[in-house]
Design a protein around this ligand. Structure first.
Ligand code: THU
Length: 158
């Protein structure tokens, strides 16, 4: 028998502890909430992907009356980035979310499992860690690589 314990390294920080690139990316994710289409959950999520050419590509949650047909902000952003800039590495992803009253969440918003799977494949595809910044008004969580958020992610081993 063999056992393994998996640890994830998360850094909790304040906005003023981040560099200007990271602050900009978080601001882009916050701004992206404004164009979310969330008439069902009333929870607007914004994501912003930083590419190695300096471009920032945003996404936000796009819901649908047929619930599973909608998509999370993170995947909208990552797929938009990859479809427009297939040659450019995605190097960082910021996520923010706000309630219908316009208030951003106090706690850091954390991506769902399906988005984590897409994030880990993004790292594999571009052979580059994807830094993840989870925004909350009272705390920001920084993760150096998306892999930390999904150990044992699915990879095609056929
Ligand atoms: N949602 C995201 O866009 N990203 C997340 O990380 C979590 C959830 C969306 C899906 C749905 O439109 C709404 O938030 C409520 O679950």
């Amino acid at each position: 028998m063999r056992q393994a314990k998996i640890l994830a390294k998360l850094t909790y920080c304040r906005l003023d502890e981040l560099n200007s690139t990271e602050k900009n990316l978080i601001q882009a994710a916050k701004n992206a909430c404004a164009s979310a289409y969330a008439p069902y959950s009333h929870f607007q999520v914004g994501a912003a992907v930083l590419l190695d050419n300096g471009n920032i590509v945003i996404g936000n949650n796009q819901e649908n009356a047929a619930f599973p047909s909608g998509l999370c902000a993170e995947r909208v952003a990552l797929f938009a980035a990859a479809s427009q800039f297939p040659e450019n590495k995605a190097i960082a992803l910021a996520i923010a979310a706000r309630h219908e009253n316009g208030n951003f969440t106090q706690k850091a918003v954390s991506p769902c499992g399906a988005c984590r799977q897409v994030m880990t494949e993004t790292e594999k595809r571009f052979q580059h860690p994807l830094k993840v910044l989870l925004y909350g008004e009272s705390e920001i969580i920084c993760i150096e690589s998306a892999q930390e958020l999904l150990p044992l992610s699915f990879t095609d081993i056929r």
